[in-house]
Design a binder for this molecule. Structure first.
Ligand code: PAF
Length: 279
């Protein structure tokens, strides 16, 4: 496994590959867990080589404290990746990526950016679009792999590749969960013991919401979830929404031809967790 921190060096290596070599790309912000490793495994099955990037992208954090507190575990990440089929790791610094101008571009994602996460994390998706497009430009992957925990992010990246005519196939991979149902996330390591013990409640509630969606309308299910979190001793609900998978717009009248998902964001102290379930 080769590790490069410089754009020039990773590009030289990628250019030296035999013509026709297919590249699978897994962009990450590090603090890797089994969910990330499953993306690497899938990428290796579908491509000749796998490139993983580890870069905590400053422009997608709307909150300076969240950026400072984001877990950074580069040595552990590299040793985990060594145990997988990862061929190349790209670990640039913010200066390498952004030079002296750590700023996002402004994107139009046809409104996907104004729903859910977009309402609560100002500028977040401009930051995601900026870094993902930049990384695609550097790595030039054939396929890129993303976890469905960040389902809205996947739809936004799909929209970006379509609108900017980027030749990368976006592969969505199912959410990886801990044994007790908690969606794997780099942020989970910041939970206290008490918060971690309580955390399966999030997915349990989503599963019950899925059952209820069979017989109730979306607004009734949303109200039910809000009520479940009311006065919860550990979690503060930021939002719950039932939305169309394609448009991400909240569902008003159910249409059997459409696919829906329930999305949730909650705070445990100052740790923000998101999850979703296909309905
Ligand atoms: O999902 C993430 O970890 C990040 O948003 C990504 C896609 C690596 C961009 O920084």
């Amino acid at each position: 496994m080769l590790v490069f921190a410089k754009i020039k060096s990773v590009q030289e290596k990628l250019k030296s590959l035999k013509n026709g070599t297919t590249i699978g790309f897994v962009p990450t912000m590090g603090a890797l867990h089994e969910g990330h490793l499953s993306l690497v495994e899938k990428a290796k099955k579908e491509n000749d080589i796998v490139v993983v990037s580890i870069f905590v992208n400053p422009t997608q954090f709307d909150n300076a404290e969240d950026l400072i507190n984001y877990p950074k575990t580069i040595d552990k990440d590299l040793s985990l990746l060594k145990s997988t089929y990862c061929d190349i790791v790209f670990t640039p610094t913010p200066e390498e990526i952004y030079a002296n101008d750590i700023q996002s571009q402004s994107f139009d994602f046809d409104g996907l950016e104004f729903q859910m996460e977009g309402k609560f994390r100002a500028g977040h998706f401009n930051g995601v679009g900026t870094i993902v497009e930049r990384l695609f430009e550097i790595v030039k992957p054939h396929k890129a792999y993303f976890g469905e925990k960040d389902f809205q992010q996947i739809q936004i990246i799909r929209k970006m590749t379509e609108k900017r005519n980027l030749h990368v196939k976006i592969i969505a991979c199912p959410i990886h969960r801990e044994m007790d149902g908690l969606a794997m996330s780099s942020r989970n390591m910041r939970l206290t013991k008490e918060q971690r013990t309580a955390a399966p409640f999030i997915y349990e509630t989503l599963k019950k919401a899925k059952d209820k969606f069979g017989t109730k309308n979306a607004s009734e299910v949303v109200k039910w979830v809000e009520n479940e979190f009311k006065n919860h001793p550990i979690f503060r609900l930021e939002y719950v929404e039932i939305a169309d998978e394609d448009t991400l717009l909240p569902v008003e009248t159910k249409n059997p031809a459409k696919k829906y998902r329930a999305f949730i964001a909650v705070f445990a102290g100052n740790v923000r967790l998101i999850d979703n379930i296909s309905l």
